[in-house]
Design a protein around this ligand. Sequence first.
Ligand code: KG4
Ligand code: ZN
Length: 334
Amino acid sequence: MIILGIESSCDETSIAVVKDGKEILSNNISSQIDIHREFGGVVPEIASRQHIKNIATILDESLKEANITLDDVDYIGVTYAPGLIGALLVGVSFAKGLSYGHNIPIIPVHHIKGHIYANFVEHNVEVPCIALVVSGGHTNIIYIDENHKFYNLGGTLDDAVGESYDKVARVMGIGYPGGPIVDKMYYEGDKNFLKITEPKVDGYDFSFSGIKTAVINHVNKMKMKGETFKPEDLAASFQGKVVEILSKKVLKAAKEKNVKQILIAGGVAANSLLRSELKAKGEKEGIEVIYPSMKLCTDNAAMIAVAAHYKYMYPNGKDIIAGLNLNGKATLDI
Ligand code: KG4
Ligand code: ZN
């Protein structure tokens, strides 16, 4: 079964061809990061326009690389939620055009499920399992049952993890997007420099706004006094605390649900400390910690095609094919 994946929920335009939910025949991504960098964040209107400009070329490239034509495509998997509405609509409208013109049914895909299914490409994932979703817009602990039904066990009450990385980096003036820069600086700083108290949050929910504010307050204080600060020490203190909290809660969830695997998903799954620390802690508990290779961590269409494949395999009693009235949705629970 050949699925054409389409992703345009934020600032990456991507089209992929995936065979049988496992074999990536092509996965072309056009990132707009360099365009948005000068604004310090994604500008929605610019993102939509860039998607429109690039999407047809990316389709041509992906089909060519996979050595197929649209006649070979069985289904289109497209991200329809959540994300920037204008950006989502470019992918959804493009998918509908292809569907109508070439008689290819559409399977609508939840972006976060795409991030989770990225793990299924390179690993033997066994359900039930637990997924830790960490991206620019999401921080959730999800339980996936044996029928691939998703249950949200908890999530952030304020900022998403990636969002707080980006905000902390912005205040320190170290660049955009902040995640990868803070991650690198962690190893050059003292993680005990700033004492950050862990917020008291029940169950599997999280709060990152206090941790973020602790760093921001320190930077502002130093600026007011006209003193310099060492961003490496703040990056190390921030990342150390964030990874400690995420690891603790997701391990607790895995033990409570008695699963043997934890999947890390979303852009922050690229974080080197989260990967190594959670893997080491999991090993001690007999829990395998799985994460995608770097290319599949950030937004891409291969993960969307894989998620569409599993939606097809496990429809859970739902009609999974969308009509031409499919719309994008800025927010949607998993
Ligand atoms: O999943 P993603 O590509 O887009 C969303 O759907 O949000 O995630 C982007 C987020 C950004 O906030 C970025 O700073 C963060 O992922 N990120 C990282 C790392 N690489 C990307 N955060 C921490 N450490 C990293 N190495
Ligand atoms: Zn994403």
